[in-house]
Design a protein around this ligand. Sequence first.
Ligand code: GLN
Length: 493
Amino acid sequence: MNQDITEMTAAELSRALHRRELSSSDAAAAYLGRMTQTESTIHAYITPTARRALEAASAADEMLKNSGAPALCGIPYAAKDNLAVEGVRMTCASKMLADFVPDYTAAVVERADSAGCVLLGKTNMDEFAMGSSTERSIAGPTHNPLDPACSAGGSSGGSAAAVAAREAVWAIGSDTGGSARQPASFCGLVSLKPTYGLVSRRGMTELASSLDCVCPITRDVTDCALAMNLLAGRDPGDMTTFDSDEDYTLALTGGVSGMTFGIPRPEMLDECESSVRRAMNRAARILETLGARVTEVDLPLEMALEIYMVVAAAEASSNLARFDGLRYGLTAEGATAADRMRATRSAGFGDEVKRRILTGAYALSSTYGGGYYRKIKAAQATVCRETDTALDTVDAVLLPTASGVAFRLGSYADNPTALYRSDCFTTVANLTGIPALQIPGGGDGHLPVGLSLMGKKRAEKTLFRAAFALESEMKPFVGKEVGRDAVGYAKPC
Ligand code: GLN
């Protein structure tokens, strides 16, 4: 086999492994080798797990001797550092958990383990998943493989960069307000934020429990469908999950003829860079050429962003109360329990985490908040109603994932709250619990633009079908416009 193993998609590698043309141990060795070359530039991982990977790979090779091994058996992947893996340090990129080693494993990692997947390591992120640039990490920033001076996005920037830099075939991230879709967009990759409850959150460190989703980040739409076949389904340990026995790969090829797509009214794209508006127009034209109807819709995007910031901060302040210096992670000195708690939380949390705990505690406080949280939840119900109305008339909505391409690292250093606006197209899917699938939609120079397809609850198959159709048509554009970098997976066409 002449092809570099690290260039292969999960679907291609799966075929080669099942035909026994390659072994999982070969694949693990190739990826671990790649990591030694590129990690010093990209810094996608916080904790690589090389020994665990080699052991998992030889176990997978045994599984692959028998017919019926799972599709992703033997395939190397990475997991965000807010997903617990028994015996492996989980930092959530925070000083608070710098030495924390969980004695339990996240449901999605259990699923991946039992399917014979090979975990290469835990990836970098913004502290407790608060951020959009993977710069707020105790481990330092992750660099975008398509341009190392730029951000890989966040908060799952390490997971996206690992896939784009060919340091993992695919990766798991989390998305509370856009944290898997936006880094996938910045790195030219695919990511699905599933319907809330389709993928178990057990063992993921919560940011905002009512919004959090565990998501795959992959090289193309087919790989994303394969990853969802692995991750989706009921977990008795997460009461919000529901059954799913779908084979998402079967949904890919139906085409879009006869379907109707909504697009935001032009003024809703005013804030977008021109490359994003161009990508939107082109994708809409492609859908029409393929026999679909495209119509303008209203979406409560601005309202969703404002509500998101309050709901996410309120839930985060409550979730992070468990870091009290007694039960997990860091313990600072102090004369009394209250002193120790104050000292631990002051030393353990970074600025953004403290900012959100303060905002969230204020919103929840009956003394100061004045029923603020109740009003915000009522406003969230309005966002759900308006989004339902928009989706009632269409099969899916096409919208940008971010208003621009990857920004330079450090761009928001002096104005951290300006970064909140990077979630303006993504939070609506989290607040309403609906699925949204990010795909590359062309590019600006050497950096990719991301587009999302958003649908009704449990309409993942519709999104896969439309995304696959768009991907097949857009590939030549993406290849030409995104000057594919030597470091990245994406190569010149
Ligand atoms: N960027 C968003 C935030 O900082 C989203 C975070 C996320 O999805 N985890 O809140």
